[in-house]
Design a protein around this ligand. Structure first.
Ligand code: SF4
Length: 623
């Protein structure tokens, strides 16, 4: 069912008032890729009355007050991406298009949407508590560097004046809050929330204050704060954190545990309509819906833990997978829906080939503090085995009405290389059946120093993977190829590193890459801490190119697009970038969705059509 978004719909259900109203910066698409819909259905399935107000007009109270005041609380989110990332390019130019807005024009999501919506509610409807949630709130929960104002900002809880903030994936925490508030119990010690107090609670790990971390003349406290923040992110081991802001304290309670597989099955198996809510559908086409309508999420979390990626901050580094039965049931529902064209567009998650693979030690005792699960080389304790994914894909192809199943989520090529038993078999299966002429991977760079700072594997693994891929294509007489995604201007990356990358691409990969993204410092990642501090986590100085021209020049060295850039700028004052599958720095449930949308755009690009011609396929089959 659709979650009510108007008073009329509530009347039809016989509701006098909603228990919880979810406010979002994205339009309301009723599917599991929309975090607002996912949390809404989860609360509904647990007996709460939920309403959704999407993209309210902030110039009047008409939109925000149309459901009345919720009995328990407001849950306010900027949408599936931080509103500043959604609204601005890495060159800080306004994005004119938005795939999460009906009609596609980016004119409904305000900058710093969590703050704008909280102010809107406070102006027009007094009463119920306002609780922030979603990736914007999650990533801005402690004092953080904000690229768009080039300054360290306070926790968003202070700037918004909301009552609390839910961080990480929100189903369990929102349900706990709803139950406690309904029962009239104290909820301020709930796991997975941040709140403001007048003094620090006992047993709290104190991180350097806002005043210390915002001091431009000494940036060491910022890195120290980041280091404590990172260490205390695993639900098994984290302590509560607190950070002084003036005479008050931001308190971060312990993280909420991950959902179990059974809970994930239940959340994703809810009665989604897999469509845009009619109230918003009549306002125009929502492109994002087309991208995910026939896609299925197999798991959440990512132990890739790339330094620039927001996923470990928001979703966590523990991968929790859905059961095979639940995924099959969802695809069966898609296949039996009216108008289904036989194509499952994507079976994956933040990284497709982490499905069903997790470390027993991490699940029992928490993440290791002193090493990454993947990083330069996979940890020997990670039980890498792709047989479960092969089995899953085989089963999905067998479902009545399904003609093709694609894997469009990013894959970690180093995981495939490391799986001696089933890596080749998995790759053969992907190449033969589950990619459309090209496979996209995100090595990001080839310079050892830069890769180490990024937490990515080295160029040797990339070449091993390329050999495996070429061998698979040759043996099956397929004309497919690899598309590589690289990143320019990451902290530690210099022009000389980019020249090394350009030479490698030309000599070893025989390509001139087109998919080169300029690094954008999103709040609360390790790469952003390096960008702001100019050092790594141990205080060693690293070069950082912070100028817009310098960063663009790094990209041009590899992509060779200097002239194209100039003409684009002259034309409309806008620099558009293509975000990538895997390693985009914007991920999480939310960023992942955005990546899917970008891949969809890419499919309609000249590059994709060229690849389709090369592989002898008709592009229209995939629309
Ligand atoms: S033992 Fe290895 S795979 Fe497990 S949590 Fe530690 S680093 Fe990750």
């Amino acid at each position: 069912m659709f979650i009510p978004t108007t008073r009329k719909e509530m009347d039809r259900l016989g509701w006098r008032e909603p228990d919880v109203v979810l406010v979002s910066g994205d339009t309301y698409t009723d599917n599991s890729y929309n975090g607002t819909a996912l949390v809404g259905h989860w609360l509904l399935d647990h007996g709460f009355k939920v309403g959704i107000i999407a993209q309210p007009d902030i110039s009047s109270g008409d939109d925000i007050s149309r459901l009345g005041s919720p009995r328990l609380f407001w849950s306010v989110s900027a949408g599936c991406v931080d509103s500043m990332v959604a609204n601005y390019t890495p060159a800080k130019k306004f994005r004119k298009e938005d795939d999460f807005t009906p009609g596609g024009v980016n004119d409904r999501r305000p900058d710093r949407a969590c703050i704008a919506y909280t102010n809107l509610i406070k102006r027009h409807i007094k009463g119920s508590p306002i609780i922030l949630a979603g990736i914007e709130a999650s990533l801005r929960r402690i004092a953080h560097y904000d690229f768009w104002s080039d300054s360290v900002r306070r926790s968003i809880l202070f700037d918004s004046k909301a009552d609390a903030l839910v961080y990480g994936m929100g189903e369990l925490t929102n349900l706990d809050l709803a139950r406690r508030i309904q029962a009239g119990e104290d909820w301020r010690d709930a796991y997975g929330i941040c709140r403001i107090e007048s003094s620090p609670p006992p047993e709290c790990s104190v991180i350097p204050s806002y005043e210390e971390v915002s001091d431009r003349s000494d940036r060491r406290p910022f890195m120290k704060a980041y280091s404590i923040f990172r260490k205390n992110s695993d639900p098994k081991t984290a302590l509560p954190l607190c950070q002084r802001h003036g005479d008050r304290w931001l308190v971060q309670n312990r993280p909420r545990r991950c959902m179990t597989s059974e809970e994930l099955d239940s959340a994703y198996g809810s009665s989604f309509e897999n469509a845009v809510h009619p109230y918003y559908a009549k306002q125009g086409k929502v492109k994002a819906m087309e991208t995910v309508r026939n896609s299925v999420t197999t798991h959440r979390g990512c132990y890739g833990d790339c330094s620039f990626c927001a996923i470990s901050v928001h979703q966590g580094t523990t991968v929790v997978s859905r059961s095979k039965g639940s995924i099959i049931d969802e695809v069966r529902r898609m296949a039996s829906a009216k108008g289904f064209n036989g194509i499952i567009q994507d079976v994956g998650g933040p990284t497709a080939n982490m499905y069903g693979i997790e470390c027993a030690k991490k699940i029992a005792k928490g993440r290791c503090e002193d090493r990454r699960c993947l990083g330069g080389r996979p940890c020997p304790h990670l039980p890498i085995d792709h047989s479960g994914q092969i089995d899953l894909l085989d089963s999905l192809v067998e479902i009545d009405g399904v003609r093709r199943v694609f894997v469009n989520s990013g894959i970690r090529h180093d995981l495939i290389v490391a799986d001696r038993r089933n890596g080749s078999r998995y790759l053969d299966d992907l190449v033969a059946n589950h990619v459309s002429g090209q496979m996209k991977i995100a090595p990001e760079h080839i310079s050892d120093e830069v890769l180490e700072l990024m937490g990515k594997p080295g160029s040797g693994v990339l070449l091993d993977f390329k050999n495996m891929f070429d061998r698979a294509c040759r043996s099956m007489h397929l004309d497919e190829y690899l598309t590589y995604y690289f990143m320019a201007a990451h902290p530690g990356c210099t022009e000389s590193d980019m020249r090394e990358l350009a030479g490698f691409c030309s000599k070893k990969l025989s390509i001139r890459p087109e998919q080169v993204q300029v690094f954008t410092p999103t709040p609360s990642t390790y790469s952003t801490a390096m960008w702001w501090c100019g050092t790594d986590i141990d205080g060693r100085p690293i070069p950082v190119d912070r100028s817009i021209d310098g960063r663009q020049h790094q990209k041009d060295i590899v992509a060779g697009r200097r002239n194209a850039r100039r003409s684009l700028r002259d034309a409309d004052g806008t620099l558009q970038t293509v975000r990538r599958p895997g390693g985009c720095g914007l991920r999480g449930q939310e960023g992942f969705l955005l990546c899917l949308v970008d891949r969809q755009r890419f499919r309609h690009s000249q590059d994709f059509r060229l690849s389709e011609r090369r592989s002898g396929r008709c592009p229209s089959r995939f629309r």
